[in-house]
Write a protein that binds this ligand. Structure first.
Ligand code: CA
Length: 227
């Protein structure tokens, strides 16, 4: 399942795209003009963008160019007019991943989407990029953003997340976390870990009092879900 942003001003095309993507199990957000599309693509996390080129307020090519200039690497498939191969070539040069001419065959579009998603998840895991909700973590460069804004995480917080991500869905004990972060001779109390987790939740959870991602395993440790 992927979260796909459809930027398309033609309601009938947007609805048809939403229906066929949802029937494949994807989650779809529609933006109906270029301004809204650019805004959402810049501030929310999507797995893929389907981008119409002729849009009110901001053209598809401009959206593509501005996202890439802002280092937003969400894969983009452009919806081009049939015969407008110069647009397609220009779009690819600006950083789009693929294009499909309108009117498109739904089966072909779905196949292209799967191919682009597969390629991008491979590239992301090679680059060590992970998502927890709207938080993007670059574990290689130790950089994080939340809704596209820089998020300040300490090196220890990155280490905690790294271990939780490596065991995503499984419970990691407080002792494992202590050992991972402070090494063999860690003589700190396990509640040090709890204090770090509390601070981390304040940084990454939508509602830190009721965590969605870093779940407490009572008396044992913590488990990361939904990343
Ligand atoms: Ca259009």
């Amino acid at each position: 399942m992927a979260h796909i942003l459809v930027i398309e001003d033609e309601p009938s095309v947007a609805i048809a795209l939403r229906d066929s993507l949802e029937s494949e199990g994807h989650f779809v957000t529609v933006a109906s003009d270029g301004g809204e599309g650019f805004q959402r693509a810049s501030t929310e996390v999507f797995d893929l963008i389907l981008l119409d080129l002729m849009l009110p307020k901001m053209s598809g090519l401009e959206i593509c160019q501005r996202l890439r200039a802002n280092e937003i690497e969400t894969p983009i498939i452009m919806l081009t007019a049939r015969g407008a191969s110069s647009d397609a070539a220009f779009g690819l040069k600006l950083g789009a991943d693929d294009y499909i001419p309108k009117p498109f065959d739904v089966g072909e579009l779905l196949a292209r989407i799967e191919a682009v998603l597969r390629r991008s998840s491979r590239q992301q895991s090679e680059k060590n990029i992970f998502y927890i909700g709207n938080v993007q973590l670059d574990l290689r460069r130790l950089k994080a953003t939340r809704n596209g804004e820089p998020l300040d995480l300490s090196p220890r917080e990155f280490e905690i997340l790294q271990l939780l991500i490596a065991h995503s869905g499984e419970t990691v004990t407080r002792e494992q976390l202590l050992h991972h972060i402070w090494g063999e001779h860690a003589s700190l109390f396990t509640r040090t870990i709890d204090a770090h987790i509390t601070r981390l939740r304040q940084k990454i959870e939508p509602n830190p009092a009721n965590p969605e991602y870093i779940i407490t395993a009572h008396r044992v440790g913590y488990r990361l879900v939904g990343s």
